[in-house]
Design a protein around this ligand. Structure first.
Ligand code: PLP
Length: 424
């Protein structure tokens, strides 16, 4: 269900640059898969903490305060990941964290086989291929279903056996926007190879639905700050107790479960807390409950889940408007000259519609939309997207990626240009 207008207005008010690009002027933002809008509270907290000169672990009040902010950021991210065990830490980017988890898991495991799927972002399969080669193991990539544009248990099944060292799963594709059933795939991998390390790329999914690492029975889950209403320059990883204490890159003598390398950016942890506070507020709007204190993990989790349901409902309404039209304009699925990537009606679709317009290059469509003040992105057969586009038989497509702060009026602006370009 779409948000009520007053709630949408309150949501939008909490973000920077919702309606105006500081470089271009008025614009609609449907480039959320490239990086979400940023919470105002994140920018303010970053500026505040970047100005503090003190380091962590010193005997003074400032240092103690920084330590508390980091501890709170960790607790908030544990709630966000749905984790009661394991540990969370900040790294340079999502790509760096996924690479580090896969590298260390590959060396720590006695299994000989790494697997992943063709739906994945290169952040996982590049690392898996490289470290499989260097460790004298093999990497196998299973295909996805080109009809549904989703990967499932059936695709992993033929590649499974007790010798699996590391398995990677993408939670949602940044090309098609479809999410996959991580829990079902992980359960099947775990049954075949109980000692394998299962690592999930949640970077595209995190802004669109809840995360529940305890239920998935996995070993690693990674998100990126800038895809989750925060900012660039950090990602967050959760690792299971088993992976946390497996041999990994760290300073000699450090506690066995420490994964951070060097001095931590307190503001990145503080930004995690700002995101969680925001999502709790959003969740409280839909269930009408009080916003919990920052330390109240179970209450926080319930509100985070409520926020995920509310986000999913609003995004569903936005995607329906994109597909079936609004304001008297036909939608992407109605237009003869437009083809939507993947099945139009799919329970897996989360906040995104990728499409082509007959006779027009995707890059030209993106430029024309930009000229009309609508920001989208072209996915081409480059090293980021070819692995997904080629099996689908597509050379390039336009990606319109929404988030829960987008409005139906913004969809109307997108459709106005698309209808014109499609000759409708
Ligand atoms: C699914 C997925 N994995 C990995 C990445 C890379 O994330 P980062 O830019 O944080 O390295 C992206 C970025 O688009 C993504 O969508």
């Amino acid at each position: 269900m779409l948000f009520q207008p007053h709630l949408l207005a309150e949501v939008r008010d909490r973000f920077h640059h919702v309606e105006r690009c500081p470089f271009q002027g008025p614009r609609v933002f449907f480039e959320n898969a490239g990086g979400s809008l940023t919470l105002k509270s994140v920018v303010a907290r970053t500026a505040e903490l970047q100005a503090i000169p003190d380091n962590q672990g010193r005997s003074n009040m400032a240092s103690a305060a920084l330590g508390e902010i980091i501890a709170q950021g960790r607790a908030d991210m544990m709630a966000m990941f749905g984790a009661n065990s394991g540990t969370v830490f900040i790294g340079e980017t999502g790509t760096e964290l996924l690479g580090r988890l896969i590298r260390n898991a590959t060396w720590a495991s006695s299994g000989r086989q790494l697997i992943g799927s063709a739906l994945e972002h290169p952040a996982t399969y590049s690392a898996a291929r490289r470290w499989a080669d260097l460790a004298g193991k093999t990497y196998r990539q299973v295909p996805f279903d080109v009809a549904t544009s989703v990967v499932g248990v059936d695709h992993y099944e033929p590649a499974l056996g007790p010798d699996i060292a590391v398995a990677t799963i993408i939670h949602a594709s940044p090309v098609t926007g479809m999410h996959v059933d991580v829990g079902a795939i992980a359960a099947r991998i775990r049954a075949a190879a109980p000692d394998s390390y299962i690592i999930v790329d949640g970077i595209q999914h995190a802004a669109h639905g809840s995360i529940d690492v305890e239920a998935y029975d996995i070993d690693g889950y990674v998100v990126s700050g800038y895809k989750l209403f925060s900012r660039h320059n950090y990602g967050v990883a959760w690792v299971s107790d088993r992976l946390a204490t497996a041999p990994h890159d760290q300073l000699l003598g450090a506690p066995a479960d420490v994964w951070e390398l060097g001095t931590r950016d307190t503001s990145a942890y503080a930004c995690c807390s700002e995101v969680v506070r925001y999502l709790e507020w959003l969740g409280s709007q839909s269930v009408g409950g009080p916003v919990p204190s920052a330390q109240d993990r179970p209450a926080s989790r319930a509100l985070l889940e409520a926020a995920a349901v509310a986000i999913r409902g609003h995004e569903h309404g936005i995607v329906e408007a994109m597909l079936w039209g609004t304001g008297g304009l036909p939608g992407l699925a109605d237009l003869e000259a437009v083809s939507v990537v993947g099945p139009v009606a799919s329970e897996h679709r989360s906040g995104m519609v990728s499409f082509e317009i007959e006779g027009l290059a995707a890059t030209d469509v993106v430029d024309r939309l930009n000229a009309d003040g609508v920001r989208t992105h072209a996915r081409r057969s480059d090293y980021y997207s070819a692995g997904v586009l080629q099996p689908l038989g597509i050379d390039s497509c336009v990606r319109a990626s929404a988030a829960h702060y987008n409005s139906v009026a913004e969809v109307e602006q997108l459709l106005a240009t698309v209808n014109r370009l499609a000759g409708a």
